[in-house]
Design a protein around this ligand. Structure first.
Ligand SMILES: [Zn+2]
Length: 151
């Protein structure tokens, strides 16, 4: 029998089913904040468009709540504070108007993710994509990239 790749305890599994708020981070950039009443099935759902384009380097933060209402309140608080690049609902003021009108909606030139620009000249969704693109176009002669794939 092939060994399993992941072992999840019953306690952890049950915790994953609680209402939660989740945040997608790319480097220091807040990409998206969402809420789920059915645990992490929401951020994992294939049809969840806002969460597509998730890169290996990205991070998902999860806050769990016993009550749905607490999760909903915390989501709104977090969106207001962080103004994540892909959120539209919950954003206020000029940024909200801009996002709703879609005029500053762009595709990242590196990973293809849809995002909302904060400046006219922004070409990448995040510092990581900007750096990767720059790095690729300015290769160092001594640098050799070895990629090993085990699976
Ligand atoms: Zn990108």
């Amino acid at each position: 029998m092939r060994n399993p790749d992941l072992k999840i305890s019953g306690k952890r599994f049950n915790l994953m089913k609680l209402p939660c708020v989740y945040a997608w981070l790319r480097g220091d950039e807040w990409m998206y904040v969402g809420v789920s009443t059915r645990g992490i099935s929401r951020p994992l759902a294939y049809g969840h468009h806002a969460m597509s384009d998730f890169l290996d380097e990205d991070v998902l933060l999860i806050w769990r709540f016993r009550k749905e209402k607490s999760a909903l309140d915390f989501e709104q608080e977090l969106i207001k504070e962080k103004q994540p690049a892909k959120n539209v609902a919950g954003i206020e003021g000029d940024l909200a108007k801009a996002r709703k009108s879609n005029y500053n909606r762009h595709q990242c030139e590196r990973c293809g993710a849809d995002f909302y620009t904060r400046t006219k000249w922004q070409r990448y969704c995040s510092p990581i994509c900007r750096f990767k693109d720059w790095n690729e176009n300015h290769p160092r002669k001594s640098e050799q990239v070895v990629i090993s794939v085990n699976d």
